[in-house]
Each structure stands twice: as structure tokens, then as C-alpha cells.
Ligand binder design. Structure first.
Ligand code: PLP
Length: 474
């Protein structure tokens, strides 16, 4: 064996560098450092997961020459394919169709079979990528379903590898660990390890607008998920690999800020990362601003430090995030405003005070409030936090067939039939949100700013259609 060489490429997984951000953090009182997991040989942190999944599988179900089946947004597949190439397994990967062509080609380059399924179906739908993967695993002889969403070997990988490595590299000299929320393997496993070392470390998840996690952590409610473009983070169901109790907070980000930050990380910091890396840093910057507001931006005589997880590399997104045409078509560049944003809807309908009720209010009080203000749905808010909504139809149902009286607390009839959006959510997206959910509640940094109904959107679109077209550019 040659001196200094590794016995094979799998030994190069891990020991990724931690780097300070210098330019995208200008003006922040908090220091932000990034863990460059995108430099792993398979292109992401999923190399650690794949190694641990196979280690566990080889202890039991996975036999030599067997087939690995997995539902993957691309990275887990890439890491499994790399190890499978070394160890002589076959691979079948099932992916949702929103994933970039580069990810599909990458898997095929390793000889994997790739099956593409529709994104816009419920997870229980037999066409969804979760269900197709399950079926293929059942039908393929001598196969092993990696099942990253429910396999305890996923968080275990990060508990055994990422967490100890970060501790060794940093000596624990940081206050916050921040990562995107996908299967939860990263946050649950790394978070558990870091917490055991220092119970005061804050574990912060970053979730895209449209995913279920943020609302569930903030309100305990399962709201209407809707689609978004950033890949690898956010979910429309709850994987058992995500331990939400480990989290101190969740920060929500939208596609545009994720992608603009991804481009800045590359152009200003030299970090060629994917969209979830931009999301994680954008979320960390938001969290850092909150720390400054709460006066916790110092740790003794130095600035507080946030360590952010950069999951995957940018080359898989050159036809998307790093392509101006794609960015413009999707309204993510400043010179492509599209139909506008939720902020424009709120502004366009004029000053309208936000009417809310507390969960302890009675049905009688809420009905009186709705009559006096001529509104048909009320957000229920407690201590500034959203708890859900109540609409006329819910009140009627509760009184007629739900066994409630006028003196029952409104908390007993709160409904989940809403989606939450931010002021920056694009109208194009709001249209799909309101096709499914009764109303959209507008929130920013946990504060409820307004409620947008279907008729608000119709009014806005009608007003936009009447506006004279802008004169052609000179
Ligand atoms: C690009 C990317 N970022 C972040 C994540 C989230 O990591 P985890 O599944 O460990 O929560 C994933 C997971 O698929 C991913 O592919």
C-alpha cells in the first residue's frame, strides 16, 4: 500500500472543513461558520448516511450482489451508488420529478436504474415516489429498502460521525448549530450528540415555505403543504428520523432568498453549494438578527457563533440556480417581478386591521367580533403566536352538529385548513396555495401580518389585469 494513500474512496468521507463566512455576513454582530459537507466524495453529507445504512444492512438483510432500493431526492442515491460501486451491489432509485436533470444523470453514471415519479401527489398516492420505492423493494428479489425517512441508521450516522467530528474540530466553541430540515437525520443525530456535550447549544432547523415542519413546530398544527423549488429540505409528511423535540427553533425561508444566497455564497465566498446550503445560511442570518434583537449576540468577550451545515454541492444545480434564464423564468431575479408578491396583495387592498381572537374567547365573543368587523374567518393567536383559524363554516358545524355551545371556548373549534405564506411569497405560488387551502395566513418571523382569502387574490388579479401594460423599454 502506497504511503499516504487511502484503500478506497469511501475512506475519504468526512473530515470536511469548517470555514468562516466573511462577506455575506457583513454587518452582522454574530459570526457564521460553515461545515462544508458538500466536499464529501459523493457530493454531500449523505455519504455518512450511506456508509452507516450499508454497515447496518450488511449486518442483516443485505446479501452480496443484492439490490439497494431507495426513494431519494438525489443525494442519498449518489452516496449509495458510490458505495454500491465499490461493494458490488445494484441500485434502483426512485425520485420526484422536480429534481434536476443533473441529479438523474449523476445516478445513471454510476449504473443505477432511476425511476422518476410525479411530485404533485400525496405521499400515500401509489404514484408517489415513496410508494413506488416500497413497491419496487417488495418486487425485487434479494433487495434492501434503505428507507432513509424511517431508518434509525440515518440519525445514527450523524450521531456517530458528524457530531463527534464537529466537536473535535471546534472544541465546542460555538453557540448555535443550524441545518436544513429534510429527513431530519442531520439535525436529530448531530443535535443529539452536541446536546449531550453541551446542553446549552441551540439546535436550529431551517424549513422552506410550503413545508409542514415550521407550522407544526410553531403551532402544533398540520397545515396544508404546497410545493417549492429548493431541493432536499422541507417535507409534506413527518419522517420518524426527525426528532422535532431536539430543536430550539425553526426558521422559515423562501425559495428566492435561498437561491440568491446560494449564488452569493459561490460568488462572494467561493463556496459552490446547492440550494439547501443557501437556505441554511439565509436561515442562520435571520436567526443571527433575532439573536441581536434579544441581546444574545455575545458569548463572553467574543461574538456569538453559529455553525451552519452546507449539505450538497452546486454543480448539480447549474441548469437551475446558477442559470439566469431559469432564475428569471421563476421570478427569482430582481428584474423579473412576475405577478408580484403577497406583500402587494396586502398593500393593494388598503389598510385593513388584522382581527384575531384568543383561544380562550367563547364562540359567542368570536361570532360578535366577526359580525362587527364583517369578516368570515379569524386567526386564533396566543402570545403573538398563531394557533389556527376559525371560519364561519366551522362555527356553524360546531354549533349544529359538533356538540358545542355559544359558551364553548373557540380553542375547541380551531381548524387546520390553511397554509402559511410570507410577504415575499410569489402570486404565482399563492394561486396554487389557495386552490387547495381555504385561506393563506401571512407570517413573518413568527408574527401574523394578515390573512389572504380567495376573493382577495381574485380582486388583486382583476386589478392587475386592468392596469395598462408598461411601455416597451427604450
Ligand atoms: C441538498 C440537501 N440538503 C439538505 C438535506 C437534509 O438533510 P437531512 O435529510 O439529514 O435532514 C438533504 C436531504 O436529502 C439534501 O439532499
Amino acid at each position: 500500500m502506497m504511503k499516504g494513500a487511502l484503500t478506497d474512496i469511501s475512506k475519504a468521507v468526512g473530515n470536511t472543513p469548517i470555514v468562516r463566512l466573511n462577506r455575506v455576513t457583513a454587518g452582522l454582530p454574530v459570526e457564521i461558520y460553515v461545515k462544508c459537507e458538500y466536499l464529501n466524495p459523493g457530493g454531500s453529507h449523505k455519504d455518512r448516511l450511506a456508509a452507516n445504512l450499508l454497515r447496518r444492512a450488511e449486518e442483516g438483510p443485505l446479501k452480496p450482489g443484492g439490490t439497494i432500493v431507495e426513494a431519494t431526492s438525489g443525494n442519498t442515491g449518489a452516496s449509495l451508488a458510490l458505495l454500491a460501486a465499490l461493494r458490488g451491489y445494484k441500485c434502483v432509485f426512485v425520485m420526484p420529478d422536480k429534481m434536476s436533470q443533473e441529479k438523474i444523470s449523476h445516478l445513471r453514471a454510476f449504473g443505477a436504474r432511476v425511476v422518476v415519479c410525479p411530485t404533485a401527489v400525496e405521499p400515500e398516492d401509489p404514484r408517489s415516489y415513496y410508494q413506488v420505492a416500497l413497491r419496487l423493494a417488495r418486487e425485487t428479489p434479494n433487495s434492501f429498502y434503505a428507507n432513509q425517512y424511517h431508518n434509525p441508521a440515518n440519525p445514527e450516522a450523524h450521531y456517530l460521525s458528524t457530531g463527534p467530528e464537529i466537536w473535535r474540530q471546534t472544541g465546542g466553541e460555538f453557540e448555535v448549530f443550524c441545518a436544513g430540515m429534510g429527513t431530519g437525520g442531520t439535525l436529530s443525530g448531530t443535535g443529539k450528540f452536541l446536546r449531550e456535550k453541551n446542553p446549552n447549544i441551540k439546535i436550529v432547523g431551517v424549513d422552506p415555505v410550503g413545508s409542514l415542519y415550521y407550522d407544526f413546530v410553531k403551532t402544533g398544527r398540520v397545515t396544508k403543504p404546497f410545493s417549492y423549488k429548493v431541493e432536499g429540505i422541507g417535507e409534506d409528511f413527518f419522517p420518524t428520523t426527525m426528532d422535532l423535540k431536539i430543536l430550539d427553533d425553526v426558521v422559515r425561508v423562501d425559495d428566492k432568498e435561498c437561491f440568491l444566497m446560494t449564488r452569493e455564497l459561490t460568488r462572494l465566498e467561493g463556496l459552490f453549494v446547492g440550494g439547501s446550503g443557501g437556505a441554511a445560511v439565509s436561515g442562520a442570518v435571520r436567526y443571527a438578527r433575532g439573536m441581536a434583537e434579544r441581546g444574545v449576540d455575545q458569548a463572553g468577550d467574543r461574538p456569538a457563533r453559529i455553525l451552519v451545515f452546507l449539505a450538497d454541492a452546486g454543480h448539480k444545480y447549474v441548469s437551475k440556480i446558477f442559470n439566469d434564464d431559469w432564475m428569471r423564468e421563476n421570478g427569482f431575479l430582481e428584474d423579473s417581478p412576475g405577478l408580484g408578491t403577497v406583500r402587494d396583495v396586502l398593500a393593494g387592498r388598503g389598510a385593513r386591521p388584522l382581527v384575531t381572537a384568543r383561544p380562550s374567547a367563547t364562540l359567542r365573543e368570536v361570532i360578535a367580533q366577526m359580525k362587527a368587523t364583517e369578516i368570515s374567518q379569524v386567526p386564533i393567536v396566543e402570545g403573538g403566536k398563531l394557533r389556527g383559524i376559525v371560519a364561519e363554516v366551522d362555527l356553524l358545524r360546531a354549533l349544529v352538529s359538533g356538540g358545542k355551545t355559544f359558551e364553548s371556548p373557540i380553542a375547541e373549534v380551531i381548524e387546520d385548513d390553511y397554509a402559511t405564506v410570507t410577504p415575499n411569497t410569489k402570486i404565482e405560488l399563492l394561486k396554487t396555495v389557495l386552490a387547495d387551502a381555504k385561506v393563506a395566513i401571512v407570517e413573518d418571523a413568527g408574527e401574523v401580518l394578515g390573512i389572504v382569502t380567495k376573493i382577495d387574490l381574485i380582486d388583486f388579479l382583476a386589478r392587475s389585469a386592468q392596469k395598462p401594460a408598461a411601455p416597451p423599454a427604450a
